[in-house]
Design a protein around this ligand. Structure first.
Ligand code: GLN
Length: 453
C-alpha cells in the first residue's frame, strides 16, 4: 500500500480514538498528505528508510509553520519559522509529520497533567495517566494512531511514559542527537529520542535523527553507527550488571519480580548476570531536581512578554509587564521549578545547593563508569510503579518527584538507556524493563533489547 493510504489510515484512527486518548495538540493533515504524496512519488531508497511513514512530534520540538506550544499558555500562538534539526532529518529520511503531541508544560512533570491544554489518557486504561512528560508521544504510538514519535527525556520523560504504555523508548547518550530547535528545559540533561512499538523501528528512528550538528555545540562529532544492522539476537557472553539497590521498598514487588524474570531470560540466552552495587542511586532525586530546576530558571528567563509568546494586556510599567506576563503565562509546576532553581543559584545558597548537587553528579557519573569497566549494560526497572490513576499525584509534587528514582541518574551521568516491555502487572498494566549502557553504546543496547523483546 501507498504512503497516502497509510497516512489517511493514521488520520482516520486519530479521528476515531483521540477524543478518548487526547494525544494530539495539533494536526498537520493537509501538509502530511502532501508529504505522503511526495514519498510515494520518490519511492523507497536506502537513503530514506522512513519514506512515507506517518509519525508525530512532541510539542516542545519546533516545526516550521506548525504551532509549537510546549503545552504552555506562554506559547499558545507560537508558530516557528524554522524546523528543529531532528525535524529536518526526519524529513530527509522521508517521514510524514502527522502532528504535535501533548506533554507536561515545558516537559516538567511525569503525567502530562501539567499541560495547559488538555489531559492525555493511558490507552491501556483510560483512568490512568499516560506518564510524562512525553505522554502524548507514548499514548499515540501505543494506541496505534501513528507508527513512531519523538519525545524528549530530561529525567525520564521518554522512558517512563514508554514503560507506562508498553512500548519501546530510547534516551540516547547526551550529545548523540542535536538539541537545536528543542525548547530547552535543562540543557545539560535534555535529549530527544524515539518511541516505537518494536526495537528495530526504534533503531531506525535513532539512526535518522542522530549525528553532529554545527548548530548544537554539545552534539558529538562521531559517526552514527547503523543501529539496526546489529540486530541478530546474539548476546551470549555479554556481561550484565544487576544493581542490588533496585530491589528496595520503593519499587513495587511486581516490578521487582519482572526484573528478576528478565535477568533469568538474559541468562538463558547466554549472558552473564551478576549483582553489583550502585550506591549513588538514592542521591539522584535531590541532585536532579536542583540541577534541572536551576537550568530551567535560567532557560525560561527568555519568556518575558517582549520578544515572542504570551503578553499580558493593560500594564502600566515594564516591571508589571514581566510580572503579569509570567504570572499568567506559566502554570503552577513551572513556577515551582523557577522558584526552586532561582533559590538554588542565588548567592549565599549556591554553594550549599547547586554546587553540592554538581559534585554529587560527578559521583553518580563515576559510579556508572566503574560498572561499565566490567559490564556491557545494566539491567533494571524503568519505573517504581505501573501507571496510576489520573489526578492522584499532580497535587503532591514530592510524591511526583520521588517516582523518578530509576530514571534521573542516567541523565545526570549522560549515558544512554532504553526501556522495553517486560510483562504486565496483575491489573493488566504494562511493566518496563530498562537497559542502561556506556557512553555512545546505543548499538549494544539495541542488540540486547532486540534479543529480549
Ligand atoms: N519527571 C521529571 C521532571 O518532572 C522528568 C521530566 C523530563 O524528563 N522532561 O522533571
Amino acid at each position: 500500500f501507498s504512503s497516502v493510504e497509510l497516512t489517511k489510515e493514521a488520520f482516520k484512527r486519530i479521528d476515531q480514538t483521540d477524543s478518548k486518548v487526547g494525544a494530539f495538540l495539533a494536526l498537520n493533515e493537509a501538509e502530511a498528505i502532501k508529504q505522503a504524496e511526495a514519498a510515494d512519488a520518490r519511492g523507497y531508497q536506502d537513503s530514506n528508510v522512513l519514506n512515507g511513514i506517518p509519525l508525530g512530534i512532541k510539542d516542545n520540538i519546533i516545526t516550521d509553520g506548525l504551532t509549537t506550544t510546549a503545552a504552555s499558555r506562554m506559547l499558545e500562538d507560537f508558530v516557528p519559522i524554522y524546523d528543529a534539526t531532528v525535524v529536518s532529518k526526519l524529513k530527509e529520511a522521508g517521514a510524514v509529520n502527522v502532528g504535535k503531541l501533548n506533554m507536561d508544560e515545558f516537559a516538567m512533570g511525569g503525567t502530562t497533567e501539567t499541560s495547559y491544554f488538555k489531559e492525555t489518557k493511558n490507552p491501556w486504561d483510560l483512568n490512568k495517566v499516560p506518564g510524562g512528560s512525553s505522554g502524548g508521544s507514548a499514548a499515540a504510538v501505543a494506541s496505534g494512531q501513528i507508527l513512531a514519535s519523538l519525545g524528549t527525556d530530561t529525567g525520564g520523560s521518554i522512558r517512563q511514559p514508554a514503560a507506562f504504555n508498553g512500548i519501546v523508548g530510547m534516551k540516547p547518550t547526551y550529545g548523540r542527537v542535536s538539541r537545536y530547535g528543542l525548547i530547552a528545559f535543562a540543557s545539560s540533561l535534555d535529549q530527544i529520542g524515539p518511541f516505537t512499538r518494536t526495537v528495530t523501528d526504534n533503531a531506525l528512528m535513532l539512526e535518522a535523527i542522530s549525528g553532529h550538528d554545527k548548530r548544537d555545540s554539545t552534539s558529538a562529532k562521531l559517526e552514527v553507527p547503523q543501529f539496526s544492522a546489529n540486530l541478530t539476537g546474539q548476546i551470549a557472553g555479554m556481561k550484565v550488571a544487576l544493581p542490588k539497590e533496585y530491589f528496595q521498598a520503593g519499587v513495587s514487588q511486581e516490578i521487582q519480580t519482572a526484573v528478576r524474570k528478565a535477568a533469568q531470560q538474559f541468562e538463558e540466552m547466554g549472558a552473564i548476570v551478576e549483582e553489583v552495587n550502585l550506591p549513588t542511586l538514592s542521591y539522584g532525586i535531590p541532585a536532579y531536581y536542583i540541577i534541572a530546576s536551576s537550568e530551567a530558571s535560567s532557560n525560561l528567563q527568555r519568556f518575558d512578554g517582549i520578544r515572542y509568546g504570551y503578553r499580558a494586556e493593560g500594564v502600566n510599567s515594564l516591571d508589571e509587564l514581566y510580572i503579569r506576563t509570567r504570572s499568567e503565562g506559566f502554570g503552577m509546576e513551572v513556577k515551582r521549578r523557577i522558584m526552586l532553581g532561582t533559590f538554588s543559584l542565588s548567592s549565599g545558597f549556591y554553594d550549599a545547593y547547586f554546587k553540592k548537587a554538581s559534585q554529587v553528579r560527578t559521583l553518580i557519573k563515576r559510579d556508572f563508569e566503574r560498572i561499565f569497566n566490567d559490564y556491557d549494560f545494566i539491567l533494571g526497572p524503568t519505573t517504581t510503579t505501573t501507571a496510576y490513576n489520573l489526578g492522584t499525584k499532580v497535587e503532591d509534587p514530592i510524591q511526583m518527584y520521588v517516582s523518578d528514582l530509576l530514571t534521573v541518574t542516567i541523565n545526570l551521568a549522560g549515558v544512554p538507556a532504553i526501556t522495553v516491555p517486560g510483562g504486565f502487572s496483575s491489573e493488566g498494566l504494562p511493566i518496563g524493563i530498562q537497559l542502561i549502557g556506556n557512553y555512545f553504546e546505543e548499538a549494544k543496547l539495541y542488540q540486547a533489547a532486540f534479543a529480549f523483546e
